[in-house]
Design a protein around this ligand. Structure first.
Ligand SMILES: [Zn+2]
Length: 209
């Protein structure tokens, strides 16, 4: 980016929405607009607002909406959109954002809170603290058909805690595995009453691990 008036370089470390290299240039440009009746140059906007990634785009729009409703500062909005870009760009569509990722990847406390707010509203955030993942297992499995719930719960807990043969897996692995299994469970539940009745090419009553 260069100064819209003189074309010179913007000072190092300038905010990304800066348009003029110094006060003199912005004053001169305003004077010139008044003289000629030219419109204001378009304001810089965060690239997330025009992102191709649909979720990132929606997140940016929602950020702007929440910001207007709650009076977030321009800096807070920029940092929140930066954080959302970092978290959402390129993420597989069915993969939620984990609270622990926001904690480790977002540098500023204030923008962390805003990002949590945006992603919660979009139903894209998962609290992956240990207590939360156990609660998640309980909720998800108790919604399954009765004959399936206990086995799936036991399987998820083994994944989470590990056992003699398997190492413990991360909460995000559990979400992905369960997400992959769930459509099959719904399908099996139409004709079976118990997971042990399921016989497929991959599973002889055993869940994938
Ligand atoms: Zn200038």
């Amino acid at each position: 980016m260069s100064c819209l008036h003189c074309g010179g370089p913007l000072p190092d470390g300038s905010r990304r929405d800066k348009q003029y290299c110094r006060r003199k240039c912005s004053d001169a440009a305003r004077f010139e607009r008044q003289r000629t009746g030219a419109p204001q140059p378009p304001r810089w906007q965060h690239p997330a607002l025009t992102a191709d990634d649909e979720r990132l785009h929606s997140a940016a729009i929602l950020t702007r909406h929440l910001a207007a409703a709650h009076g977030w500062s321009p800096a807070t909005i920029r940092f929140a959109m930066d954080g959302l870009t970092d978290l959402l760009a390129g993420r597989p569509p069915d993969e939620p954002v984990l609270l622990s990722e926001i904690r480790t990847r977002t540098p500023r406390f204030n923008s962390k809170l805003r990002i949590v707010e945006v992603l919660t509203e979009m139903d894209l955030l998962v609290d992956d603290t240990t207590a939360a993942i156990r609660c998640w297992i309980e909720t998800r499995t108790s919604a399954l058909p009765a004959g399936f719930a206990a086995d799936v719960r036991a399987w998820l807990l083994v994944l989470l805690d590990g056992d003699a043969r398997t190492r413990p897996r991360s909460p995000s692995t559990l979400y992905v595995y369960f997400g992959a299994l769930r459509p099959h469970l719904e399908h099996w539940a139409i004709t079976r009453h118990h997971l042990r009745e399921v016989r497929g090419p991959r599973s002889s009553g055993q869940l994938p691990n």
